[in-house]
Design a protein around this ligand. Structure first.
Ligand SMILES: Nc1nc2c(ncn2[C@@H]2O[C@H](COP(=O)(O)OP(=O)(O)OP(=O)(O)O)[C@@H](O)[C@H]2O)c(=O)[nH]1
Ligand SMILES: [Mg+2]
Ligand SMILES: [Zn+2]
Length: 333
């Protein structure tokens, strides 16, 4: 039977079937998908075939072709990658300027990863309620930077939205960006991914956790990825209806809540390729004297000149260099 993987615990998978049932499914230890080296052969968002054995256990026997997938390098195994999700229409990075602080390097590595996997990306700046006047200025400058690169940005307070008495789905423009899409929510621990999800669902479904007062860092509250349906038929629904039938092809508004992560690294890419994943660098690089220029300090480098002229933001160039540095060290190969 064909199903959609909506939960992944690392050892088993929650699979949703079109008749409305959900089952915990397993994967044989030697199950691999050709051509992909990853720690998890099956990912959230995958369409799979499931067989039920006589003993009542369910086994995933096949993964249907993926439209796309998004990967990050495994933290402990430098050779392996971890598939965050498959078949996603949008990847939204939740960013906080403070409590915790998201670095621009982290943002840019995320965006470069999305470029590499051709997944449309957007940035949702959260916790704006905590920002001072100066920090609001900083926020606005950052939004301008990313908007100028054609990445949509939003500024919200998930906490305020969650406590608003109105139904968020009809009252807030932020909810409409999720309509008709499978969206992956990503970001550092503690930025408010689960809080935003709950606000949109209008219900406390995902667990949230306070950030540590000593380090202003999240405590890794969400430990498994899980995909939540937002729409039932053509109606927005605020409750995940257990056991209700959700036609996978019609039912296309889903949000994937993921555990917080520390970093993104690009895998298996050549030095010359890194610049392709920074939109403005790619654009300007056409004017470099050498076609294999990696924009370090080659003569006639148009990118270096653009950084000097302020046409390319220094923060972006520094992020570019940090990824280049990884590839030079061969860290992620
Ligand atoms: N002031 C303020 N606090 C927020 C906001 N959004 C979330 N928080 C708080 O930030 C803390 C972390 O929120 P979570 O939703 O658990 O964060 P997360 O991104 O899911 O974290 P992990 O699951 O660890 O990756 C909680 O105490 C939330 O109440 C906001 O907009 N403003
Ligand atoms: Mg969470
Ligand atoms: Zn160059």
């Amino acid at each position: 039977m064909k199903g959609l993987v909506i939960k992944s615990t690392g050892t088993s998978y929650g699979v949703h079937f079109e008749d409305g049932t959900t089952a915990e499914c397993h994967v044989k230890g030697n199950f691999r998908i050709r051509g992909i080296r990853s720690t998890n052969p099956v990912a959230i968002g995958d369409y799979v075939e499931v067989t039920t054995l006589d003993d009542g256990t369910h086994w995933i026997t096949e993964v249907h072709d993926r439209k796309n997938y998004i990967v990050r390098r495994s933290t402990n195994l430098s050779y392996a990658s971890h598939i965050l999700a498959a078949n996603v229409d949008m990847a939204a990075l939740i960013v906080t300027l403070r409590h915790p602080e998201t670095s621009t390097t982290f943002i840019d590595r995320f965006l470069a990863t999305c470029e590499a996997y051709r997944v449309p990306a957007c940035l949702i700046f959260n916790k704006v309620d905590l920002l001072t006047e100066d920090e609001l200025q900083e926020l606005s400058a950052l939004r301008q930077l990313y908007e100028s690169l054609d990445y949509p940005t939003y500024a919200i307070s998930a906490l305020t939205l969650a406590s608003s008495p109105d139904n968020l789905l009809t009252s807030s423009p932020i909810a409409s960006i999720f309509e008709g899409k499978v969206t992956l929510l990503s970001g550092n621990s503690g930025v408010g991914k689960s809080t935003l999800l709950n606000a949109i669902l209008g219900k406390d479904i995902a667990r949230t956790g306070a950030i540590s007062s000593a380090h202003h860092k999240g405590m890794h509250t969400t430990t498994f990825s899980e995909m939540y349906p937002l729409k039932h038929g053509s109606e927005w629904c605020s409750v995940v209806q257990n056991g209700s039938a959700l036609n996978h092809d019609v039912q296309r508004s889903w949000i994937i809540d993921t555990p917080g992560i520390k970093g993104f690294g690009l895998l298996d890419i050549e030095k010359e390729e890194v610049g392709h994943y920074f939109r403005e660098i790619f654009e300007v690089a056409r004017d470099c004297r050498y076609s294999n220029c990696i924009h370090m300090n080659e003569p006639g480098c148009a990118v270096n000149q653009a950084v000097i002229d302020g046409r390319i933001a220094l923060s972006r160039y520094e992020s570019y260099l940090s990824i280049l540095d990884d590839t030079t060290e061969g860290k992620y190969r």
